[in-house]
Design a protein around this ligand. Structure first.
Ligand code: FRU
Length: 458
């Protein structure tokens, strides 16, 4: 008897599940939070709803790794507390060391819908191994948006040190008839009492042909000498997928405010959102983002795991902007080098494209629903039947090495300083056919393929 739709979805759902990307033990996750390299171990926290494969009152999940390859699970770090300022959710935030002690700064939420929700800033103090957390008795440290602020958006604290001061950024929006994204700033001398200091940076909703949304979430600041970059996640209620994409601005800090211009997208796919950055002991800036799902609601309701974090990526200031590359440690995910033809759900492909103006790359086959990923002119392109083409502008000329990492339904493409993250829900379970494609004078060389670990996180 042929399998019915439910069986097919169950089998495919299992095949779609990422095996070496960070996911929840079960059910839903979204944003990475509280990233830190602590005593030689990478700790990643994340928004989690262990109760269902959909967004729900967020807790903070927690995993750690010595090498960015093998991940170990820890108990939930934060859970909402009835009657407290986080009764309806412990939303996104960061980890900082204050007076020698690890502290999570997070968004406490009371009120379930947009109209009555209060978004405050809360703090929890950690044990030295970062596995147990005690909420600060002074919570909320900031009770909600500044009095004169029109919108309730007041979330995702990001802290940095500036001389003797602790400074804090908060994601927000202007509200009103020309609603646009804003980042607000607070200052503190002790990390506990905060004073509002106004708008740190804002930009019109329409800029450089982009829609930058009505609200900005998860602001992240990178400072490199006298240069700075500000990363924000753009949300727009009226968009088909309201959590749209991530952009960066480049400029400098002047008297605790950012001045700068639009730089570009941090990832050129259609599912990467709410990234967080940290600096590790090697002096690198690492970034993880949330990789959203694109499943119909009824199908998503039946999967065991929804949402994942991207692979860790290294961010660099290069010339005038930010470049992205997968962390070199990820070579440790490779189990075996194989011929690039018939490959499984966990695989990596690499090819160097040179010559001509034409296109060259790979075709991944899934019955009739294949996916092409190739370099064309000065872009990387991902093309699927029935879906909009995704395009990423390359930051250097050919030859260009194109890397494709597939982990179940999660696909990340890296080339010449840019990344493109998407989902590919293949319907035929099992190995996908792969073949190189080249036309119009473009050529491929050094075609390689690896099977990757399917047990890097349990
Ligand atoms: C981004 C976001 C954050 C918020 C969190 C709630 O995806 O909307 O702004 O803190 O998710 O889960």
């Amino acid at each position: 008897m042929p399998p019915n739709r439910t069986d097919r979805v169950a089998r495919a759902g299992d095949a779609w599940r990422p095996r070496f990307h960070i996911t929840g033990e079960r059910n839903w996750i979204n944003d990475p939070n509280g990233l830190v390299h602590w005593d030689g171990i990478y700790h990643v926290f994340f928004q989690a709803n262990p109760q269902a494969p959909v967004w729900g009152p967020p807790r903070w999940g927690h995993v750690s790794s010595p090498d960015l390859v093998d991940w170990r699970r820890h108990p939930l770090a934060l859970v909402p507390e009835p009657g407290g300022p986080d009764a309806d959710g412990c939303w996104s935030g960061c980890l900082r060391v204050v007076d020698g002690q690890p502290a999570l700064y997070y968004t406490g939420v009371v009120g379930a819908d947009d109209a009555n929700r209060v978004e405050s800033v809360c703090r929890a103090w950690g044990s030295t191994d970062l596995t147990t957390w005690r909420k600060d008795r002074a919570n909320p440290l900031v009770a909600g948006p500044p009095a004169d602020h029109a919108t309730g958006y007041h979330r995702d604290p990001f802290l940095w040190r500036d001389g003797d001061l602790h400074r804090m950024l908060i994601g927000s929006g202007s509200g009103g008839s020309d609603a646009h994204g804003q980042v607000l700033r607070y200052d503190s001398t002790d990390g506990g009492g905060w004073t509002y200091r106004g708008v740190f940076f804002e930009a019109p909703r329409r800029l450089e042909g982009m829609n930058l949304g009505q609200n900005w979430e998860c602001p992240q600041l990178l400072v490199d000498g006298d240069r700075a970059a500000l990363i924000v996640s753009c949300s727009d209620f009226s968009a088909e997928h309201p959590l749209m994409y991530v952009v960066w601005f480049v400029g400098k800090l002047v008297d605790g405010r950012f001045t700068g211009s639009y730089g570009g997208r941090l990832d050129h796919g259609d599912v990467f959102y709410a990234p967080a950055v940290t600096t590790d002991d090697l002096g690198r800036t690492l970034v993880w983002g949330w990789v959203q799902e694109r499943l119909p609601a009824d199908v998503q309701a039946s999967v065991g795991h929804a949402g994942a974090l991207s692979l860790p990526r290294v961010l660099r200031f290069d010339g005038h902007g930010l470049t992205t590359a997968p962390a070199p440690e990820l070579a440790g995910l490779r189990v075996a080098e194989v011929e690039p033809d018939e490959l499984g759900e966990q695989l990596e492909l690499s090819v160097t494209v040179e010559g001509g103006e034409g296109r060259a790359g790979w075709q991944l086959r899934d019955g009739d629903a294949g996916l092409d990923v190739y370099v064309e002119a000065d872009h990387v392109v991902v093309e699927r039947r029935g879906a909009a083409r995704l395009r990423a502008p390359l930051t250097s000329a050919r030859p260009v090495t194109l890397r494709v990492v597939r982990d179940g339904s999660l696909l990340e493409v890296f080339a010449a300083g840019v990344s493109l993250t998407t989902r590919w829900y293949a319907t035929s379970v099992g190995p996908a056919g792969v073949r190189p494609v080249a036309s119009g004078g473009a050529r491929t060389r050094d075609r390689r393929a690896w099977l990757l670990r399917d047990d890097a996180i349990a």
